[in-house]
Design a binder for this molecule. Structure first.
Ligand SMILES: NC(=O)c1ccc[n+]([C@@H]2O[C@H](COP(=O)([O-])OP(=O)(O)OC[C@H]3O[C@@H](n4cnc5c(N)ncnc54)[C@H](O)[C@@H]3O)[C@@H](O)[C@H]2O)c1
Length: 404
């Protein structure tokens, strides 16, 4: 099968979007799409009528209207809908891959919330289906569009940090209160996420931490993740009864083909200031975003550059996406401007027939850690091979390149 690296599809003047799953995350996305040139929401679907109504209200308030679906088979009809070009999937984790597979089999592009899939088998199915149908399959990893990450990506490409030998990414987010109060702005925490974590003892949410560092390290763009060891700590209870049991600390080390290393961590049930780590350690420099952004550069590699000095350097290397999308995105959705940047890029690339910023191989490589971490941890941290979803083509592209 021909690979889909740098896949280009027919340009389209309008991008007609079908949303499946209209919970907390998707309603914000529907609103964003109202402000993106060339985007049109033509179909919406959820199992809960109130969610469908609220999303339709957003669309109506901007002068549009979408076909609505609110039953068990609705997601299939959105995928089959003649006025849908891209299916935007914001359901719970376990339903992502089936919906995306059907969407591509119906000739639609698939844009999927994180993680794209929870099993290696589903990751392979999604890769194979994208290749066979020649459709885009992108995971909506918004953290790749954050300012510090984009700027450091730019600096890495310019060689300022030298060869990146080691990186760290994580999702350390103290969600105990939301979980025990069973509410996150409308989402019921006791259901799918906690339920998944009760039965899985690895890293269920690796992509926010891994995505930006994988791009900076050129994963499947000159290097590839080869093997992983993973361990999980004991589980803890949030203290609100057995039902509120929420998991543990999972830590993994990945080795790449070039001999570089990546540490990935996940914990949502211990006190911890929010952190995705985003640490890059290169032969000429260092960067870390959390808890406070700082970098270090040769010849003074042991001195942390912070404050105004850091701002000046970051300003010099500001990524064009930040200039282009942050002002409007921030005005529309504050700190969530990164989601506006992500959606704007998706629509821009689809309209212009360009390769998307991330491809199905990224989505598979990052998502397959959900199962791999669990497998390794269950076997006492045994090293496990990471599949090469590109089937030997990981060295074809050289570094990340966002199409213009
Ligand atoms: N990138 C980010 O920063 C970020 C942040 C939050 C959530 N997410 C991701 O977004 C996704 C959704 O999260 P959320 O917080 O909005 O959850 P949510 O529970 O609020 O929303 C999920 C919605 O999907 C609907 N749904 C489930 N199965 C369906 C089906 N078969 N057909 C139609 N609708 C169906 C549910 O009724 C619900 O309204 C998850 O994958 C999550 O990981 C990403």
């Amino acid at each position: 099968m021909q690979n889909v690296l740098q896949l280009r599809c027919e340009p389209m003047d309008r991008v007609r979007i079908g949303f499946i799953g209209l919970g907390v995350r998707a309603k914000r996305a529907v609103e964003r799409m109202m402000h993106i040139e060339g985007a049109e929401v033509t179909a919406i679907c959820d199992l809960v009528a109130a969610n469908v109504d609220e999303a339709q209200q957003i669309i109506l308030s901007h002068g549009g209207v979408a076909d609505t679906f609110c039953d068990r088979e609705g997601w299939m009809r959105v995928c089959e809908h003649p006025n849908v070009d891209v299916v935007y999937i914001c359901t719970d984790w376990l339903s992502h891959s089936n919906i995306a597979l059907h969407a591509m089999n119906c000739g639609k592009h698939a844009a999927i919330e994180v993680p794209m899939a929870t099993t290696i088998e589903d990751c392979w199915k999604l890769v194979e289906t994208a290749e066979r149908t020649r459709r885009h399959c992108i995971m909506l990893e918004n953290c790749c569009y954050d300012e510090f990450e984009l700027t450091l990506l730019q600096m890495t490409k310019q060689g300022i940090l030298g060869e990146i030998i080691h990186a760290e990414g994580s999702y350390l987010h103290d969600l105990r209160e939301r979980i025990s109060s069973n509410d996150d702005g409308g989402r019921k925490w006791s259901n799918w996420q906690v339920e998944f974590m009760k039965h899985h003892n690895g890293n269920p949410y690796p992509t926010h931490g891994l995505g930006p560092i994988a791009l900076a390290m050129g994963i499947h763009r000159g290097d590839r993740m080869k093997s992983i060891v993973s361990v999980s700590s004991k589980r803890v209870s949030s203290g609100s009864g057995e039902d509120a049991l929420v998991g543990n600390m999972n830590s993994s080390i990945i080795t790449t083909e070039k001999g570089h290393t990546i540490v990935v961590q996940h914990c949502i049930s211990l006190p911890h200031p929010y952190s995705r780590s985003f640490l890059l350690s290169g032969t000429k420099g260092f960067a870390q975003k959390y808890p406070m952004p700082h970098i270090a550069l040769d010849p003074n590699g042991d001195r942390a550059i912070v404050g105004d000095e850091l701002e000046t350097i970051l300003e010099q290397h500001k990524h064009p996406f930040v200039q282009k999308y942050k002002p409007k995105g921030e005005a529309l959705c504050g700190r969530r401007w990164i989601d506006y940047a992500m959606d704007s890029r998706l629509i821009y690339c689809l309209r212009n027939g360009l390769p998307l910023d991330m491809d199905v191989y990224d989505a598979a490589e990052w998502s397959c850690l959900v199962e791999l971490t669990e497998l390794s941890a269950a076997n006492g941290g045994t090293p496990i091979e990471i599949p090469d979803f590109t089937r030997g083509n990981w060295n074809t592209l050289k570094g990340i390149h966002f199409a213009e």
